[in-house]
Write a protein that binds this ligand. Structure first.
Ligand SMILES: *Cc1c(COP(=O)(O)O)cnc(C)c1O
Length: 392
């Protein structure tokens, strides 16, 4: 029987591993020159915008909300289909999370529903680019501008994704990325925040390390309440090794995603009732014609194919499907159950029936294996297993 195929696996090359060993021997293992160099290279990658690194992609969003002055009494609109961190950071700063249901095709927040959810207390929107697929960025920022709202983009999954040819992170308001182990670019744990100007960057540095500012040789002052969120040089060394490989990583993910569509064929959705992800191939990314008659790409979007996610039809119990895949040595993931149905959120008044699309997708979505070291044969094995299970 073939080896177990996980749904994801990081790609870290030997040169990066050797560089980490050098950093460990260098004497600088906490935040030092590697962090500064990584921030410099990230800033260049994001078109020169200021970038600061952190020890997670969660605290990046919390800090963005603090910089924007968002707190008790303020409402922040976000999606119910995300990693729970996206909503938790709103609670963390004392603000009120307001959910808006998702678009059934993209599984990203529905901008019509965002507009409908805006009240006089709304201060910000946190959109999420699920699996790396961006939103209609023109419309997102048109809404934010018209209603005077800040945007904290949860681009945790979207490094390498583009919108109308521009990298996510190279434009917009606050843009937050995660470098957690499963993400397309990893530092084991970590994250970065793209900011608008140096004043915001200086404030981000304060929130990152206990609110401390230093001046001169021994001057030190604390004027805001910060935390302990700095990235280490060990993590930054991994990031410096990953960054030059990002375009190859993204291209390989595109190839594998395309191979899923080709292998499953144009009749797969009609035959099984399974929903495949939105294909973005026609409009950027790796240009090449797509076989089959899958959903047309919304022009302008280019995903980094962080995940390849399907939605099972209502009649299939997800846990059974995953169990049967596991019996065939294939790992699947769940990203994610709808946040508003967790106890922490139910206790704040959320309940079933409020966001029906998110509830259905949260129950039926499955992440199939997709990572750069996978082979075309692995993709075919996943497709064959899936077809066999669904035809029974
Ligand atoms: C990974 C992730 C986060 C959190 O990032 P951490 O680095 O684990 O804190 C937030 N939002 C989304 C959508 C994510 O995928």
């Amino acid at each position: 029987m073939s080896n177990f195929l996980p749904f994801t696996k990081p790609s870290i090359d030997e040169a990066t591993i050797a560089a980490v060993a050098d950093t460990l021997r260098s004497g600088w293992i906490a935040s030092g020159p590697k962090v500064q160099e990584f921030e410099k290279q990230l800033s260049a990658y994001f078109g020169g915008r200021p970038v600061r690194t952190f020890n997670s992609g969660t605290c990046t969003m919390e800090i963005a909300l603090r910089i924007a002055g968002i707190g008790p009494g303020d409402e922040v609109i976000t999606t119910p289909i995300s990693w729970v961190a996206t909503a938790n950071v709103i609670l963390e700063v004392g603000a009120t999370p307001v959910f808006a249901d998702i678009d059934p095709a993209t599984h990203n927040i529905d901008l019509d529903k965002v507009e409908a959810a805006i009240t006089p207390k709304t201060r910000a929107i946190i959109p999420v680019y699920l699996a790396g697929l961006p939103l209609d960025m023109d419309r997102l920022y048109a809404i934010a501008q018209r209603r005077g709202l800040r945007v904290v983009e949860d681009a945790a999954q979207a490094i390498g994704s583009t919108w109308k040819g521009r990298r996510i992170g190279s434009f917009g308001d606050f843009v937050s990325f995660s470098f957690q182990a499963n993400k397309n670019l990893t530092t084991s744990e970590g994250g970065c925040l793209v900011l608008n100007n140096l004043d915001e960057a200086r404030l981000a540095e304060k929130y990152r390390l206990q609110g401390v500012t230093r001046s001169g040789f021994d001057g030190m002052e604390v004027d805001v309440l910060g935390g302990k969120f700095n990235m280490t040089d060990i993590a930054a060394t991994i990031g410096l090794g990953q960054l030059p490989q990002l375009s190859a990583i993204t291209a390989r993910r595109h190839q594998l995603a395309r191979h899923y569509f080709t292998t499953l064929g144009s009749e797969f959705e009609a035959q099984t009732g399974v929903q495949l992800p939105v294909a973005d191939f026609e409009c950027g990314g790796v240009a090449s014609e797509m076989p089959g008659t899958h959903r047309p790409s919304p022009c302008g979007w280019s995903s980094n194919w962080h995940m390849f996610q399907i939605v099972l039809p209502e009649g299939i119990v997800r846990a059974d499907f995953m169990e049967k895949m596991k019996a065939r040595n294939i790992g699947c993931g769940v990203h994610y159950p709808s946040i508003h149905l967790f106890q922490l959120y139910r206790a704040r008044g959320f309940h079933e029936g409020m966001f029906p699309i998110a509830e259905r997708v949260g129950r039926q979505i499955v992440t199939l294996p997709l990572f750069p070291a996978m082979t075309e044969m692995d993709v075919e094995r996943v497709c064959a297993a899936m077809c066999e299970i669904l035809s029974k």
